[in-house]
Design a protein around this ligand. Structure first.
Ligand code: SAH
Length: 213
């Protein structure tokens, strides 16, 4: 688990690329400069870690491209101490960004292999979510609801109702919706019954699958 000045240089470069693509949130950019992304992927592919690309991790899943992580993190508008539910722990890179933003993170992963791997790995780097959950993101996490923010990092064929209902009034759910490609969709809860919906462009995610595996 080595992190060198060369890696730091590549991260600074990546933050510049993301800035040029429209990421303006200073805290998100400093998280990108800080988190050693090369440690989140297989060491033989280390050279790819700081390109703005998605990459295969275990269990046929991918680590989202840095721009996507930065865009989702910026759009969530996380404030320190907020309770955030993340669906799709994956490599844990997005989780680390949320923790750098000082959120209290609950992260759900349905693939046992990734759940195990990442829940051991992240604390070694000093990243400690409130909870790692091996479970199905379609049902959310009722016992810890309501959440200030909910972020889904897999492509959802539809918007799961439990996620909307587990949101605080004033809270935000950010979810890519669609089959082959997805429309990044932001719901802001205005009252017990009213949600404002914003569509924020096309993205490509691995599919959100039901139940545990
Ligand atoms: N944020 C992660 C993204 C990984 S890809 C990263 O950047 O590394 C999406 C992840 O969502 C995969 O790990 C996949 O196993 C997980 N996933 C898919 N369907 C899910 C579900 N219903 N509940 C929880 N996690 C799910």
């Amino acid at each position: 688990m080595k992190d060198t000045s060369k890696h730091q240089g590549l991260r600074n470069q990546l933050a510049k690329v993301l800035k040029a693509k429209g990421i303006i949130d200073k805290n998100v950019l400093s998280a990108v400069r800080k988190i050693p992304r090369h440690l989140f992927i297989d060491s033989s592919f280390e050279s790819h870690a700081y390109q703005d690309k998605a990459f295969p991790i275990a269990a046929e899943q991918t680590i989202s491209m840095p721009y996507t992580v930065a865009f989702q993190s910026q759009t969530l508008e996380v404030e320190p101490g907020e309770k955030v539910l993340e669906i799709g722990t994956g490599s844990g890179y997005q989780t680390a960004v949320l923790l750098e933003l000082k959120a209290e993170v609950y992260s759900i992963e349905r693939q046992r292999e990734l759940f195990k791997k990442t829940s051991l790995f992240l604390p070694k780097l000093g990243y400690n979510p409130k909870r790692f959950i091996f479970g199905d993101g379609y049902i959310g996490l009722k016992e810890e609801a309501p959440f200030d923010k909910i972020i889904v990092t897999a492509g959802a064929p539809f918007v799961p109702k439990p996620l909307l209902s587990q949101l605080k009034v004033g809270g935000r759910l950010l979810i890519p919706v669609g089959d082959k490609t997805q429309i990044m969709t932001l719901f802001i809860r205005k009252s017990a019954t009213a949600f404002e919906k914003h569509e924020l462009g096309d993205f490509a995610f691995v599919p959100m699958l039901e139940e545990k595996n």
